[in-house]
Design a protein around this ligand. Structure first.
Ligand code: PLP
Length: 354
């Protein structure tokens, strides 16, 4: 049945974001940049001792404990931290709160594809400057008039990290725009723009528990900025839904943040595996931009990416592939455990012998 035109004209129709597959059978899952290791041990302890009688009550709408734990971790005041249900929630709130200009918002043409979805959903005009030949963001493209700027650093799916002078340059050229840096992968890369927040009142840094903290399933993300912009975000959030974060997620989040040692050791393991994976992939003939994230964006000059993708999938190895366009010949491969990566490389080297 189709929707009658007189009904359709008042419906917000939109093209949704397409997340990577979540197969229910056991596979080697290198397709959605999840962490292959479990979250901090404290998280399990919290879950085992959860008092279910508390479930009768609404959670703390401010998620105060988690805000406080994060503020302590970064050495900032609680008033500088906003938390949400995954950074997707935080980013979506940011679009709604900060991108209200008639001028277009700017983000790269090849980047996290959710940005375009939110812009369309909220009817925000946008322009997508192209990445250069090497898939790098061209800073001069962000000197033009705009209604706000957002980019991930490292960028996705290229895995390329830009140093802080790049971020600062964009901030300096755009004093009358909000600039959002999506740092979903920064823990695997280098310095966070977090250290610039007291210097630039137009900067918002967004991070997540989904990648480096192994908690994609718990849905926790956060933004750090100045108290004024955080207040604006909270005002919009409370006008939308007061109780976005459930109390289990809040408590598990606190435990994860507290265990700095576990977190850092986990990041080191992934980075080590990534560096080894780069060597293996290069030996197999793949080419890729230098990755500073927990995934590698690689192409093989002699093998079609779509064909490789399907061959891998048939053998229960899931990676990510986008059909067509400039990235149609690339595979985005999440860094898993050394064992998982070895299975991938063994398969590829057998496959390429044929
Ligand atoms: C994974 C990812 C996110 C979203 O993560 P959440 O699970 O919603 O916290 C945001 N931005 C980028 C670039 C990502 O890769």
């Amino acid at each position: 049945m189709t929707i009658r035109p007189e009904l359709l004209k008042n419906i917000r129709t939109t093209e949704p974001y397409v997340p990577g597959e979540q197969p229910q059978e056991k596979v080697i899952k290198l397709n959605t940049n999840e962490n292959p290791y479990p979250p901090a041990p404290g998280v399990e302890k919290v879950l085992r001792t959860m008092d279910t009688d508390r479930f009768r009550l609404y959670p703390d709408p401010t998620a105060g404990q988690l805000v406080h734990a994060l503020a302590e971790f970064y050495g900032v005041d609680d008033s500088r931290v906003f938390v949400g249900v995954g950074s997707d929630d935080v980013l979506s709130m940011c679009f709604l709160t900060f991108f209200n200009s008639e001028k277009p918002v700017l983000f790269p043409d090849i980047t996290y594809s959710f940005y375009k979805v939110w812009a369309q959903l909220y009817r925000i005009p946008y322009i997508c400057p192209g990445l250069d030949e090497e898939f790098r963001i061209v800073r001069e493209d962000y000197y033009q008039e705009n209604g706000g700027i957002i980019f991930p650093n490292p960028n996705a799916p290229t895995a390329i990290y830009e140093e802080l002078d790049f971020v600062e340059d964009i901030l300096r050229h755009n004093p009358s725009s909000i600039v959002i840096v999506d740092e979903a992968y920064v823990d695997f890369a280098g310095k966070s723009a977090m250290e610039l927040i007291s210097e630039y009142d137009n900067l918002i840094v967004v991070q997540t528990f989904s990648k480096a903290r192994s908690m994609a399933g718990m849905r926790i993300g956060y933004a750090v900025s100045n108290p004024e912009l955080i207040r604006c975000l909270n005002d919009v959030k409370y006008s939308f839904n007061s109780y976005t974060m459930n109390q289990t997620a809040i408590r598990c989040g606190v435990e994860a943040v507290k265990d700095k040692e576990y977190f850092e050791a986990g990041v080191r393991k992934i980075v080590e595996t990534r560096e080894w994976a780069k060597k293996e992939l290069a030996e197999l003939g793949f080419v890729f931009p230098d990755s500073k994230a927990n995934f590698i964006f690689a192409r093989h000059p002699e093998y079609d990416a779509g064909v490789l993708f399907r061959a891998l999938k048939e053998n229960k190895i899931y990676v990510r592939h986008w059909d067509g366009g400039r990235i149609g010949q690339y595979l985005r491969i999440t860094v898993g455990t050394p064992e998982e990566m070895k299975t991938l490389f063994d398969f590829l080297s057998e496959y390429m012998k044929k």
